[in-house]
Structures are given as structure tokens and as C-alpha cells.
Design a protein around this ligand. Structure first.
Ligand code: NAG
Ligand code: NAG
Length: 318
């Protein structure tokens, strides 16, 4: 996570270089005006009345997870560190307020309640996302829930730029079973979970398929936010993996058939091609070379001439 910031830094440098090249290189640099992006979008703007600040970008997700934690909803917990007061309102939001007597003190949203972070079938933290803009993304906060004597915010940190980490202590999570996901689900979803476990046990689905089904089940219970809209790119990548061996075999057969059809088509038209078996040594390489017929070549050159001829007549007409 820490490596994130330098990576973005170098990306920005690259973009700037590209821009420099596109605008005509160093010669044009003297005329180029570099417009620096403001680091906050109106939040620090002293000309905005206070009522225009703290505009949430999203509405909080429904309250979900372990039922005994629902009583935290509607309460807020503060934590003051140096110049800032942080406020955590479970199932609602995390905000940050500058502690100063300036009339235009900074206030911002660090995240709106989004979804649970789940590890090993255990609720470990609450993701608060879609906070105020920060460079190219939105601020977000993970609130870790740990056992403690009283309800209180115990720590605040920023592990990477605009990603905050809060530690919330509460006696409500001290029991070893208090954060297990399975007992927190409605019975219908527990039955579905049982079925998924059975499928994995009987090896009718892969580990990948198991994870996907569990995720869908948790999305149905609104414990996880649906990924379809938000993580379009990720889900595209996921589709490259198969949920079951059966599906993989089917896809392999389909691709083999397509390949065969294409090879036949090339052979039919007498066009040279070579099939390289990836991963095999040169000795095993199958090479099929068929000479391209003279007639093919003349067809190609005739088409070429025809195009040039067309252009010629058009130019003459002008
Ligand atoms: C944050 O949540 C609290 C508790 O529900 C609510 O009173 C407050 O208005 C929210 N703040 C913002 C900026 O949405
Ligand atoms: C996962 O949870 C189970 C039971 O809750 C525990 O026994 C196991 O050690 C945990 N595994 C990891 C990797 O945390």
C-alpha cells in the first residue's frame, strides 16, 4: 500500500513528459502553461459558506453484519489528534474537522459507510468509501474493530495518501464468535452457504468458483457491496478464470474448433501459415508452408491499382 504513492508520482511524471512531447518538445515548453490541480475541491475555499461544505457523495449502505453491533448506529465517536478531530459514526460516515478558531476551518468527509471487510469468514473492519476528492480518487477509510473496555476511537493513521485507518475499540467484539460471518446471516443465506460448501467438498466447483459464490451470497445479504458497477475492470479479469473444470474443458474445445476452422479456411485458399505450439522446442514446431498462389497476388495488386485509380478520377473531377 505504501508503494502506491511513488507509483502514482512516476505516472504523473510520465504523463507530463508525454504532454511535453505532444506540445512540441522543450522548444514549446516556454509557452506551455502548467496548471496545477488544486488539492481540495472547494472544501478549503474560504468564499464558500460553511453550509456548502460536507456534501456527501454517496448515501450510506444499509446497516448489516452482526446484529449486536446495530446498536452503534446513530452514535458518533470522536478522536482528537494534533490539529484534527476525527469523528466515526458507525454505519454512516467518518469526518475530519480542523481544530482551530479560524472561521473557515477545514472539514471533510473521509468516507461513507460502504461494506464490510471480511477475512477468513470473519468481519474485520468497516469500509467507509466515497469521501471527499483527493487527486484522482476519493478519500476512504477502513475502521478496524478490536476488543476494548469502552466504545472509543483509539487510533488514526493514513497508511497511504487519502486512505485512512481508524481503530475502534468496543466490548461488543470481545467474544471470539462475535464477528463470525455465518451466524450473522439470515437462515436462507446460511442454507445457500451450506450448499456452496458441499459443492466445494465434492470438488464440483473450484476454489475460484467457491469464492465467487460466497461473494454473491454476501452481496445478496448486503454485507458486501455489489461489484458489478464499481469494479468493472476487475470483474473482466475474473472472467478469464473458470469456475469449474467442466467449463474450462468446454471452452478449450470451443477454441480448438475455432482454430481448426481458421486453419481449414487458410488451407482452402492456399495461404501460407505456420502453427507454433507454444512451450515446445523448435524441433516440435509444426510448420505448414503453402505457397501463396500467383492469382492471389495479382488479385491483391489489382485491388490496389483499382483504389489508386478511383482516387485519381476523383482528383481529376475536382
Ligand atoms: C454523519 O453521520 C451522522 C450520524 O448519522 C449524521 O448525523 C451526520 O449528518 C453525517 N455527516 C455527514 C457529513 O453526512
Ligand atoms: C480462520 O478462522 C478459523 C476459525 O475461526 C481459525 O481456526 C483459523 O486459524 C483462521 N485462519 C486464519 C488464516 O486466520
Amino acid at each position: 500500500m505504501v508503494a502506491w504513492a511513488p507509483a502514482e508520482e512516476s505516472l504523473r511524471l510520465l504523463l507530463r513528459l508525454l504532454l511535453l512531447l505532444l506540445t512540441g518538445g522543450p522548444a514549446a515548453a516556454g509557452k506551455m502553461k502548467v496548471v496545477e490541480e488544486p488539492n481540495s475541491f472547494g472544501l478549503n475555499n474560504p468564499f464558500l459558506p460553511p453550509s456548502n461544505r460536507l456534501q456527501p457523495k454517496a448515501t450510506p449502505s444499509p446497516i448489516s453484519g452482526p446484529v449486536h453491533l446495530f446498536r452503534l448506529a446513530g452514535k458518533c465517536f470522536g478522536y482528537v489528534e494534533s490539529m484534527y478531530k476525527y469523528e466515526f459514526c458507525p454505519f454512516y460516515n467518518v469526518t475530519q474537522h480542523e481544530q482551530t478558531f479560524r472561521w473557515n476551518a477545514y472539514s471533510g468527509i473521509l468516507g461513507i459507510w460502504n461494506e464490510w471487510e471480511i477475512e477468513n469468514n470473519t468481519f474485520v473492519g468497516m469500509w467507509m468509501r466515497d469521501g471527499d476528492s483527493c487527486e484522482t480518487k476519493n478519500r476512504e477509510t477502513k475502521v478496524l474493530l478490536v476488543c476494548g473496555k469502552n466504545n472509543r476511537l483509539a487510533r488514526v493513521s493514513e497508511p497511504s495518501t487519502c486512505v485512512y485507518s481508524l481503530t475502534f475499540e468496543t466490548p461488543l467484539v470481545c467474544h471470539p464468535h462475535s464477528l463470525l460471518v455465518y451466524p450473522a446471516l439470515p437462515e436462507a443465506l446460511q442454507r445457500k452457504w451450506d450448499e456452496v460448501e458441499q459443492l466445494l467438498y465434492e470438488e464440483l466447483i473450484t476454489e475460484q468458483g467457491y469464492k465467487k459464490r460466497l461473494r454473491e451470497l454476501l452481496e445478496e445479504g448486503t454485507i458486501l457491496k455489489s461489484t458489478r458497477a464499481k469494479r468493472g475492470k476487475d470483474s473482466q479479469l475474473q472472467h478469464l478464470e473458470f469456475e469449474s473444470v467442466e467449463k474450462c474443458n468446454k471452452e478449450y474445445k470451443r477454441l480448438s474448433n475455432d482454430l481448426q476452422k481458421l486453419s481449414d479456411l487458410l488451407t482452402q485458399h492456399g495461404i501460407a501459415y505456420e502453427t507454433v505450439l507454444i512451450g515446445n522446442s523448435d524441433d516440435n514446431r509444426i510448420t505448414q508452408s503453402l505457397g501463396i498462389k500467383e492469382s492471389d497476388l495479382s488479385t491483391i495488386s489489382k485491388a490496389d491499382q483499382h483504389l489508386r485509380g478511383d482516387a485519381g478520377t476523383r482528383y481529376n473531377a475536382l
